[in-house]
Design a binder for this molecule. Sequence first.
Ligand code: NAD
Length: 367
Amino acid sequence: MTTYNIAILAGDGIGPEVMKEAVKIMALVDKRNENINFELNTALFGATAYFATGKSFPEETKTVCDNADTILKGTIGLSHEDSKKIPLDEQPERGALLPLRRRYNTYANFRPIYLPKSLSHFSPLKGSIIGDGIDIMLIRELVGGLYFGHKETGVDKNGKRFVKEVLEYDEDQIRQIIKVAFEVSMKRKKIMHNIHKSNVLESSMLWNEIVEEEKQNYPEVEVINILVDAAATYLCLKPTMFDVMVMENMFGDILSDQGGGILGSLGLMPSACKGSEKSYYEPSHGSAPDIAGQGIANPYSMIGSVALMLEMSFGMEKEAKNIWIAMQRVFENGFSTLDLSKQGEANLVSTAEFGDLVCAELVKLPL
Ligand code: NAD
């Protein structure tokens, strides 16, 4: 019997609601497989942690995460207005999320943008644009660039307020994420879209140089260079042209949310954040304060993050695949949460009901 120690950080807003469903699925996977045991250790994280302890990433939580094999994170963050109740340094992103990423150097963020043809009605795009379905692996550098660079604010000698934020990458940082993207491309269609902004940013020029250098090691992969602004348009007009996309931190933050948009909801965006030693898994979306506490959030991205964890951290590929199949079947049977339902449609389910339906499909699938 192998025991996996998993840190559970439910977080803020809809985090605890969707995490409850993820835990439900994990309990079922655990029950059905006598060779494994999931040991779940919950800890406070984000605004919830700040209000309880004065720190958004408290020492106890760091210990739980340090001791865990891997980390499953819900969502963090407050509404724009409520954020002002917390000092800047302890606000959930600055005080918890970025330090979590830095602590475990989770440099590779995998954000699948996936919608099979059978579910194309969820998308705001026309069926003719979606074709046989959308299947993109967006790979985002997660611990460098503008989000992690030096920051300064103040008043200049003319009495004007100023702000300065530094976008920094060294070649090793770029190379490690580019290598990941080439490796993933080799396992998929061997086409990699390199997203950059080298017509303006020197960071993109270095980025592209490294892509060129690494390409020598992967001659079978076709590299297509595309400016980030054009990529945003193509994601809407021709999403099926993409297979693997690789990009720096901020570009990935923005384009992956657009990915949620073309699928029909951010609730369809799970993610994996891989470090060399430890990884964590989280929905790509935020804490959705506008719908928190109503039991209507879509738990697909949270449950999908469990599937990514099983596959990428524990090598449980079959169990992971079963979770994807079970969720797809729930949708194909006509059920959906509010974010994906069209007006007047039947079979609208709550967060908890969606989790139950996934469990019911899961038990039908052989191990
Ligand atoms: P958001 O992603 O929380 O929500 C954007 C929209 O998508 C909202 O209308 C929301 O209701 C909807 N949505 C998101 N997830 C959903 C789900 N599972 N089911 C149904 N609908 C869903 O973005 P926001 O409102 O701009 O940010 C809210 C907070 O989340 C902010 O504090 C932000 O900083 C934080 N945030 C955290 C993360 C993270 O934890 N990695 C990521 C993004 C934003």
